[in-house]
Design a protein around this ligand. Structure first.
Ligand SMILES: Cc1cc2nc3c(=O)[nH]c(=O)nc-3n(C[C@H](O)[C@H](O)[C@H](O)COP(=O)(O)OP(=O)(O)OC[C@H]3O[C@@H](n4cnc5c(N)ncnc54)[C@H](O)[C@@H]3O)c2cc1C
Ligand code: FES
Length: 259
C-alpha cells in the first residue's frame, strides 16, 4: 500500500465542544486509497515536549481536493498541543497505516457500536457499507450530550441510536444498556466496535451470546506506528500481534480476550 509521509497544511481546525477537535489538512500529494479503520501518525511538533507521533483514525478523505480529516479527543499533552495549531500551519503526517474493517458477504444489516473517539472511523465505514448495500445501525455513546458528535454525518449512512450516561441525550446508560439489545429480534450479519476496551469487551460478549461475527478496532498505545518497536502488541490465538501492522482491526474470535 502506498504511504504518504509529508507536511500537510491545516485548512480547518475546530473545537465543536470542550475536549473535542476536528482538523482538516491539505496533502501536497495525491492521497492514496484509505480504508475504514486505517489510521495516521501525526507529528505534533509545536514544542519539543511531544516526541513520539500520535495515532488517529482517519475520519474522512476528499481525494479530489486532497483533504484528509481527523476527529480528536483532547486527553493529554499531544492532543492539547494539537488544539493550539492554527490554519495555515503544517503538520507532518504518515498514512494510511494498519488494516481495515471487512464487509460480510451476502449480509443485509450490521450494527456499528462506538464510544468516545472510537467513532472516528465510522464515516468511512458507513460509506463502504452503503456502497455494499448494507443497512447500518450506528449506536454511539458518551458521558453527556456534549460527547455525542457526528450524528448528522453518520445519519447519511444509517440509523443513529444514542446513549448518554447522564441521560442528557438518547437513552440513559452505557451503549450496552440500549434497548436494541433487549429486542426479541436482535440479529445482525456483523457487529463492528471501537472505543474504550471495557466497552468493546461488553459488546463482544453480546456478539458471542448471539453468535454474531464481530470486529473490534483496538487503540493500544503506539510508538513507531509501523511495526518496529513492538510496544503495541496484543495477544491473539496466533501469538502476539502488532496492533499497528496486523491491526488495528481484529476479529473478536482471533483475540485472546477473556470476556
Ligand atoms: C489505531 C489508533 C487509532 C486512534 N484513533 C483515534 C482517533 O481517531 N481520535 C482520537 O481522539 N484518539 C484516537 N486514538 C487515541 C490517541 O492516539 C490518543 O488519545 C493520543 O495518542 C493521546 O495523546 P496525548 O499526547 O494527548 O496523550 P498522552 O499525554 O500520551 O496521554 C494522556 C492520557 O491518555 C491516555 N492514552 C494515551 N494514548 C492512549 C490510547 N491509545 N488509548 C487510550 N488511552 C490513551 C494515557 O494513558 C494518559 O492517561 C487512536 C489510537 C490508536 C492506537
Ligand atoms: S507501534 Fe511500534 S510496533 Fe506497533
Amino acid at each position: 500500500m502506498t504511504k504518504v509521509i509529508a507536511d500537510h497544511e491545516i485548512v480547518d481546525i475546530q473545537i465543536p465542544a470542550k475536549g473535542h477537535l476536528f482538523i482538516t489538512l491539505k496533502s501536497p500529494v495525491e492521497i492514496p486509497s484509505v480504508f475504514p479503520g486505517n489510521f495516521a501518525e501525526l507529528h505534533i511538533a509545536k514544542s519539543s515536549e511531544v516526541f513520539l507521533r500520535r495515532p488517529f483514525g482517519i475520519l474522512d478523505v476528499d481525494y479530489e481536493n486532497r483533504l484528509i480529516s481527523f476527529y480528536v479527543k483532547i486527553v493529554g499533552k499531544g492532543t492539547r498541543e494539537l488544539a493550539r495549531y492554527k490554519t495555515g500551519e503544517k503538520i507532518n503526517i504518515m498514512y494510511p497505516l494498519g488494516n481495515s474493517f471487512s464487509i460480510p458477504k451476502n449480509g443485509k444489516e450490521v450494527l456499528v457500536v462506538g464510544g468516545g473517539s472510537g467513532i472516528a472511523t465510522f464515516i468511512l465505514l458507513g460509506k463502504l457499507l452503503n456502497q455494499n448495500n448494507l443497512k447500518a445501525i450506528f449506536l454511539i455513546g458518551g458521558r453527556t450530550k456534549q460527547d455525542i458528535l457526528l450524528t448528522e454525518e453518520l445519519g447519511e449512512y444509517g440509523q443513529v441510536l444514542i446513549t448518554t450516561e447522564d441521560g442528557s441525550l438518547g437513552e440513559k446508560g452505557f451503549v450496552t444498556d440500549h434497548s436494541i439489545f433487549r429486542s426479541g429480534s436482535f440479529d445482525f450479519d456483523k457487529i463492528y466496535t471501537c472505543g474504550p476496551e471495557p466497552m468493546m469487551k461488553a459488546i463482544g460478549k453480546i456478539a458471542r451470546k448471539h453468535q454474531i461475527d464481530c470486529e473490534v478496532s483496538l487503540e493500544n498505545m503506539m510508538a513507531c506506528g509501523f511495526g518496529v518497536c513492538l510496544c503495541c502488541v496484543t495477544e491473539t490465538k496466533e501469538g502476539n500481534q502488532r496492533v499497528c501492522m496486523e491491526g488495528p482491526v481484529f476479529n473478536l474470535d482471533f483475540l485472546k480476550w477473556q470476556i
